[in-house]
Design a protein around this ligand. Structure first.
Ligand SMILES: [Zn+2]
Length: 295
């Protein structure tokens, strides 16, 4: 991972040197999204053709876009997405390309958010998870503060390398985005993907990053959050055992712990969520994104 990044440096400067100003401006006009059809819950790889020497800032649906240069130094990329609960309709991606000579180029792209057709369902959990008492509410509040702190301090560069891989070999379900009613009372949207993992299944890091949370939480049970940089996290819940420590660097495929049935569950499974800048994205779509040549 480190060596290609180092190799990219001289290539990047060479490329910038060889571009004429008009060529650079023409390149800057291109913003490309993958997948091209954007739905509520889609992760989106945003490609911007701009010179290696430029610096980029961006914003989409109220979220900050942070860009990195690809390993082959052909373009700038942001790994972003649209929240599962985003309203369908028009949106605008706004990007400012600041070139070396102090020239700022404003780019805009209109993007239609299409509705995704998620299911609905109902399930039953112990009453304390639907109507928590005062003691439980205290823990839930403390958990929220801790998570807010963790999610506000993502690494300033991408920590992932290559495409994401599933955390377990167990069968995934299409449960992402499902509108669910708990015990006939509490409506909530399922913001992750459940894998049918029996208790004791080894759960692995979907990509490289830093463990920023590894402890029991009220709803999540034993929970491990990995920061992949630039606001992107994967969250694994309901472990029977945690095998990593907060602050620890992990490689893709490294065991994080064993799956289980802790927290708000109806039975043993792995809940795996993908969060970017506060938006919850479909893990199945992230797993399909080809990121191999980028980092
Ligand atoms: Zn779940």
């Amino acid at each position: 991972m480190r060596f290609p990044a180092l190799r990219a440096l001289p290539l990047a400067s060479l490329l910038a040197f060889s571009l004429s100003p008009s060529h650079a401006r023409a390149q800057a006009s291109a913003i490309t999204l993958t997948p091209a059809v954007v739905e509520a819950g889609s992760p989106e790889l945003i490609r911007v053709d701009a010179p290696a020497t430029a610096s980029l800032d961006g914003e989409w649906l109220g979220r900050k876009l942070q860009f990195f240069r690809s390993r082959d130094s052909r373009a700038w990329y942001a790994l972003a997405g649209v929240d599962v609960e985003a309203a369908p309709g028009p949106s605008t991606i706004k990007i400012t390309v600041q070139s070396g000579g102090g020239v700022a180029n404003a780019l805009e792209k209109e993007v239609a958010i299409h509705p995704a057709h998620y299911k609905s369902g109902s399930l039953t959990v112990p009453p304390k998870f639907v109507e928590p008492g005062p003691e439980e509410l205290k823990q839930i509040e403390a958990d929220s503060e801790l998570k807010a702190k963790v999610f506000a301090a993502s690494a300033a560069e991408p920590l992932w390398a290559g495409s994401f891989r599933a955390p377990v070999t167990a069968a995934p379900t299409d449960s992402f985005g499902t509108r669910r009613m708990f015990n006939g009372k509490l409506a909530s949207v399922h913001k992750g993907m459940d894998f049918r993992a029996p208790s004791g299944t080894v759960v692995r890091a979907g990509n490289s990053g830093v463990v920023v949370l590894a402890r029991p939480l009220y709803y999540e049970g034993n929970c491990v959050i990995v920061d992949h940089g630039l606001g992107l996290y994967t969250i694994s819940m309901h472990f029977s055992r945690i095998d990593v420590k907060e602050g620890q660097r992990v490689a893709q495929g490294q065991p994080l712990g064993l799956s289980g049935a802790t927290g708000r569950v109806t039975g043993p499974h792995l809940h795996w969520a993908v969060r970017w800048q506060g938006a919850y994205l479909d893990p199945a779509k992230l797993l399909k994104l080809n990121l191999a040549s980028l980092r």
